[in-house]
Design a binder for this molecule. Structure first.
Ligand SMILES: Nc1ncnc2c1ncn2[C@@H]1O[C@H](COP(=O)(O)OP(=O)(O)O)[C@@H](O)[C@H]1O
Length: 280
């Protein structure tokens, strides 16, 4: 049975999450594949089951999307699923907007329903494997995911907090093509032994420049609340996976040109892997 169907059944079978998680945890021994990267042949057949963790603005979407192209698995961002739902009209969209625009998390039940639907439609199209971005964000979500599928690896992206705020405030989306850009120019010099960091802006092409919009939840007040919510609700998820030996901490050294090759190296995905997949 696919992970998506199990995820959905798990949720439908019981509205009491605690019962689900106990049952789910018992069903799948956590030692299975714990802490190991799948072999390259396995990656091809099953597709990787990876998770990206990290604070708002850290760049989960950027690196998850690049890796999904490299490894040929879908990049599934629950924030995107929520925004698709927000774009629809109706009472539920308004309820969601009230939560998201305050920087709060939507309920575990809502997010699991959205994710299940996305996984099911992907499975129907023959997708296998995934890179999840923005899920799990609570211990309950992590336990439910653990009960329905075996996560191979969790990449925890790290960046200093003052940069996170700047990056969120600099985020722009082209209202026509949906492209993601960032107008923030980060150039913090080394100070008192604390390393500096340089990240150049990711500017849009001229045809997008006049169509840029910002996310409603990327205001200073809401980003600060999202960072607070991350520390309270999602930081424990890092510990959850650390204790399973699945967490790979990656401190971003700078912008994409500097960070991407280092991330590939940390994942044992070297240039030759990149070239092979480009040629395939
Ligand atoms: N796994 C999740 N659990 C609960 N709420 C979520 C989840 N994923 C996304 N959301 C909601 O969607 C919003 C946007 O998500 P995302 O784009 O991932 O934001 P961020 O930039 O903060 O990482 C979140 O602030 C939250 O309200």
């Amino acid at each position: 049975m696919s992970a998506s169907i199990r995820l959905l059944r798990c949720l439908k079978a019981s509205r009491a999450f605690s019962a689900v998680t106990t049952e789910a945890a018992a069903q799948f021994p956590a030692s299975l594949m714990r802490g190991s990267l799948p072999a390259q042949s396995d990656m091809k057949e099953r597709g990787v089951h990876w998770v990206f963790l990290g604070c708002p603005g850290v760049g989960k979407g950027t690196y998850a999307s690049r890796l999904s192209q490299l490894l040929g698995v879908p990049h599934i961002a629950t924030g995107d699923l929520v925004r698709e739902e927000l774009a629809s009209s109706g009472h539920f969209a308004q309820e969601l907007a009230d939560i998201v625009n305050k920087g709060k998390l939507v309920s575990d039940e809502t997010i699991i329903n959205l994710l299940s639907k996305r996984l099911e439609s992907g499975a129907a199209k023959g997708e296998s494997g995934f890179i999840l971005d923005g899920f799990p964000r609570t211990i309950r979500q992590a336990e439910i995911l653990d009960g329905v599928t075996n996560i191979d690896l969790v990449i925890n992206l790290k960046l200093r907090e003052d940069v996170l705020l700047e990056k969120c405030l600099g985020r722009r989306i082209c209202s026509q093509c949906g492209g993601n850009f960032n107008v923030a120019s980060i150039d913090i010099k080394e100070e008192n032994g604390k390393p500096g960091i340089y990240m150049e802006p990711l500017l849009p092409p001229s045809n997008c420049a006049s169509k840029l919009i910002s996310r409603a939840d990327d205001t200073e007040e809401v980003v600060k609340e999202r960072l607070r919510v991350y520390q309270a609700m999602s930081q424990p998820v890092e510990e959850f996976y650390r204790s399973q030996g699945k967490l790979l901490e990656f401190h971003l050294p700078g912008g994409i040109p500097e960070s991407w090759p280092k991330l590939l190296k940390a994942l044992n995905l070297d240039d030759s892997h990149e070239k092979r997949s480009a040629a395939a």
